[in-house]
Design a protein around this ligand. Structure first.
Ligand code: ZN
Ligand code: ZN
Length: 106
């Protein structure tokens, strides 16, 4: 049986914080009453699918597409993340060793 009284109670309480699961990281996040009001005001039909951290990360990724290459540090043998294509004729250093070398030169 359809409970009309309950239905009215739900619509009367405007927005309530809602816990959603992020489709990117799988963590729960809160779709706050304030955000829901904002969405309703903008006429958005869909709830957010990703948490704020993932949405921000995606925004930043779109803004500055950066490709990272991984190479072996010539100094410590550790993993070095670099923003350019590694070439064989030049040694590649991880950020820690790069800092060390830079400081040693000064
Ligand atoms: Zn997430
Ligand atoms: Zn290193």
């Amino acid at each position: 049986m359809f409970q009309e009284e309950n239905y009215d109670a739900v619509t009367a309480t405007e927005f309530v914080d809602e816990t959603l699961v992020c489709k990117d990281c799988g963590k729960e996040f809160v779709f706050t009453a304030g955000e829901q009001a904002f969405y309703a005001e903008k006429g958005f039909q869909n709830k957010p699918k990703a948490c704020k951290a993932c949405r921000d990360a995606r925004k930043n990724a779109n803004k500055a597409p950066r490709e990272y290459f991984t190479a072996v540090c010539a100094e410590c043998g550790g993993e070095a993340k670099i923003t350019f294509q590694p070439s064989n004729d030049r040694p590649v250093y991880c950020s820690a060793c790069f800092e060390k070398k830079k400081n040693a030169q000064e």
